[in-house]
Design a protein. Sequence first.
Length: 444
Amino acid sequence: MSRVFHRHLKASYPTAVAGDGPYLIDAAGKRYLDACGGAAVSCLGHSDPEVQAAISEQVKRMAYAHSSFFTSEPMEALADFLVDRAPQGIGSVYFVSGGSEAVEAALKMARQYFLEIGQPERTQVIARRQSYHGNTLGALATGGNAWRRRPFEPLLADTTHVSPCYAYRGQRADESAEAYGERLAVELEDTIERLGPRRVMAFVAEPVVGATLGAVPAVPGYFRRVREICDRHGILLILDEVMCGMGRTGSLFACEQEGVSPDLLTVAKGLGGGYQPIGATLASARIRDTIAEGTGFFQHGHTYIGHATACAAALAVQRAVEKRGLLEQVRARGEALRARLEQRFGDHPHVGDIRGRGLFLGLELVADRASKEPFDPDRRLNAAVKAAAMDQGLMCYPAGGTLDGRRGDHVLLAPPYIVEEDHLDEIVDKLDAALQQALGQVGH
Ligand code: PMP
């Protein structure tokens, strides 16, 4: 029996031993095409020689120096790289080890900012239902994903949740996309009024929803209205791009496509591409300067913040993405994959919606296309699809959560940016076979 405290203690896992471009290889030599980048992490695949060399060089020179004693060259260079390309107003970067830590840091920066400017009554966070912002208690409290929260609810800080922007289920048949976005904006503003505008600290949202809904972008204009409302009430806008950022949707930051700049922006997965654990909270110059001129100290921190080897890896990943023109590739291959998905599954009786942006695409599986009735969550179709895909040698991510908070069945695809056309064919063929197998297992 394994001594590892695995995620699923009743499951057994193949042992991954090697990477080869977009494939992972297990101890038995079986190859798995990584069509989801793990969880939208592995943007450069699993064997990039430039990143491997950058890590090795950094480890040989100096693996790590504690951030309360030193800064480091890779940390400074990565901050310059990111701020030079970040949305307007962003002025500095706080480096952590992953997405949950990035969200925690954003929440605490927001809190400290309001303490510094003499608004201590701002403690309320508004986020959206069916959202996921991480598993640490602060990030979990922010998320609105009912089944992830439920066991821990007594430990979670109070957060108010509003409707997600989820056109497939939320937009009424007689309503335009603009009217739908406006209705959600009104709901947000009403919620702020109800809580008391001077008690609200931040609104938190993912520009393209990943883990819960499976690659759902907002309707046009929604985020611009959200930005206006936050500004009107002096509320900070925290955009969580842990999953959808760092090129995944075809622009370095997903919010560029919304024409909106947040006050705080979290990134992780694609930042280091899985070569090292790293995340970051990008903060506006205003927030950074306020804390710098006030207390002068952000009252937070972890042992591994700004880890030199992690920063060197992320810098190599980001330089590779830029130098090799991979954002254009994300857009082109994303369109090609979407076209193939539409061709193969557009009329499928159990594929209700195909959506997403760039190489961040989702399929929503439904029992009935006309009524959009989801499958019985107890059948765990998305888990069956994941298992069947693994049998086929394909990794796809089983996102889950419907509008009413029940578990739904979504397949999230987020392959590495280096995929070629023939990999796209392999993804669609294997997904088709996995879907057939899984639907058979759950009796459809
Ligand atoms: N925010 C979002 C939007 C995420 O998708 C995730 C991870 N799926 C997190 C935060 C948490 O990141 P991590 O698992 O690296 O802590």
